[in-house]
Design a protein around this ligand. Structure first.
Ligand code: GDP
Length: 298
């Protein structure tokens, strides 16, 4: 992820750091190029604009242009601003609220976004890294294949799934998952809700009903990072209707641009908690804004 953006910015900053002295115009020109690079990475226009404005404000003035290493100062300001845009004021956005026993986590998103795979990846992570006892349940009553898929993944990673009972509604499954998780002493239960190809009323109503029954500690939207600004719009829609606590961006292994990651927090106010970096069940990474900023700046 971010390879293209990283390369473009690398070129801009190489030139800047090689120059001994910097005028305010040099900084302005470089920031214009930064803005173009951000837009090419599919970062939303207001976010790109605000970003360069904020850097400009901090980078002009004697402290930078008169310093011995002005180019490096500008890079440092860009780095800090990237962290700000990625994280807001939350240095550890990946932390999950697991403070009830059992703690329900609602997984929502469009069909094909990688929701079921991500549910399994997260379950594996919570089991292996956090030592939690996890139960997964599929609520996709319209697609028996999706329910089977979760059961297969559960078998593969050694995480229990709620037995499938034919004819139950999503709400009934959510209630049974809660009961089972409570009775059998699970720490966390993950509810993999149904997805549709686009946002529609039926989907949203069903997810709302499930949310009201489950009272989730986290509601994670799984969204395809390759869709760039569309991913951000999807997050806005889900947040307005359901209220999400965070985002998992999938397919970031295939996204050299990374625009969705850069716009998400600024546009929706919601943190990216994890990124999906492949089809395998361990290809899930916690989102660390400062590490990501470092990666972007090479
Ligand atoms: P759902 O319909 O939202 O539940 O989507 P699935 O979990 O079935 O995933 C759809 C496809 O995307 C599957 O082939 C997954 O293996 C693939 N997939 C999911 N996450 C990632 C990811 O982070 N990277 C890549 N390359 N593929 C992914």
């Amino acid at each position: 992820m971010f390879e293209n953006l990283s390369e473009r910015l690398g070129g801009v900053f190489d030139r800047l750091t090689k120059q001994g002295a910097l005028s305010e115009d040099d900084v302005k020109t470089a920031l214009r190029e930064v803005r173009v690079a951000l837009l090419e990475a599919d970062v939303s226009l207001p976010v790109a604009r605000d970003f360069t404005k904020a850097v400009q404000k901090k980078a002009t003035g004697a402290a930078v242009t008169k310093s011995v290493t002005p180019g490096q100062q500008v890079v440092k300001i860009v780095h800090d601003e990237l962290v700000q845009v990625l994280a807001g004021d939350d240095p550890n956005p990946g932390a999950l609220k697991i403070d009830t026993i059992p703690a329900p986590i609602l997984m929502v998103g469009l069909q094909g976004s990688g929701k079921t795979t991500t549910t399994a990846k997260l379950a594996k992570r919570l089991t292996e890294k956090n030592g939690k006892r996890v139960l997964m349940a599929s609520l996709d009553t319209n697609r028996p294949a999706a329910m089977e898929q979760l059961a297969i993944l559960g078998n593969q990673i050694g995480v229990d799934t709620l037995p499938i009972v034919k004819g139950e509604s999503a709400v009934q499954i959510a209630k049974r998952a809660k009961q089972q998780a409570t009775l059998a002493g699970y720490d966390v239960y993950l509810l993999d809700t149904a997805g549709r190809l686009s946002i529609d009323e039926e989907l949203m109503t069903q997810v709302e009903q499930v949310r009201d029954v489950a009272n989730p500690r986290e509601t994670l939207l799984v969204v395809d990072g390759l869709t760039g600004q569309d991913a951000v719009h999807t997050a806005e829609n889900f947040d307005q209707r359901i209220g999400i606590s965070g985002v998992v961006l999938t397919r970031m292994d295939g996204d050299g641009r990374g625009g969705a990651a850069l716009s998400m927090r600024a546009v929706t106010g919601k943190p990216i908690k994890f990124v999906g970096l492949g089809e395998k069940v361990d290809a899930l990474e916690e989102f660390h804004p400062s590490r990501v900023a470092g990666r972007i700046l090479g």
